[in-house]
Design a protein around this ligand. Structure first.
Ligand code: HEC
Length: 114
């Protein structure tokens, strides 16, 4: 059975950890951290995302939609992330213990257009 890119629940073990780590890097490099803070704990421009793993109001499909289409004040990332990257971002956001991105404590990269 082939895994769909967005089916992060089907990922397990090492693969899941890899996806979480990749997501941590994307979160920083795609500009998410610019608004949501390093580690997604909230910033001046975006809400705290640390409650997401337990938030039933935010299933993966809805998070996917938010990332691809944006929201009221959040820009859409449809043009700048691939399906795999969305899956990795979600794996990261939904991780019980979010890994820190491997390098740097430097300031987060702003998103395109910010
Ligand atoms: C320009 C600032 C900005 C950037 C960049 C940004 N966000 Fe957001 N995000 C927001 C704001 C503001 C909200 C609150 C709802 C809205 O206005 O859309 C939000 C909401 C969310 C939500 C829904 C959670 C909730 O409680 O509302 C998720 C999930 C999310 N962002 C993930 C991401 C991810 C992943 C990225 C990077 C690909 C990202 N955001 C980049 C500003 C941003």
């Amino acid at each position: 059975m082939a895994l769909s890119a967005t089916d992060t629940n089907a990922l397990s073990g090492a693969k899941k950890k890899d996806a979480e780590k990749a997501g941590a890097i994307l979160f920083r490099d795609k500009g998410c951290a610019y608004c949501h803070g390093v580690g997604g704990t909230g910033g001046k421009k975006g809400p705290d995302l640390s409650g997401l793993p337990k938030d039933k109001a935010w299933p993966p499909e809805k998070i996917t939609n938010q990332i691809l289409n944006g929201g009221q004040k959040m820009p859409p990332f449809r043009e700048s992330v691939t399906d795999d990257e969305v899956a990795q971002l979600i794996a990261y956001l939904r991780a019980k213990h979010r890994p820190a991105p491997p390098t740097g404590t430097g300031s987060p990269t702003p998103p395109p257009g910010a």
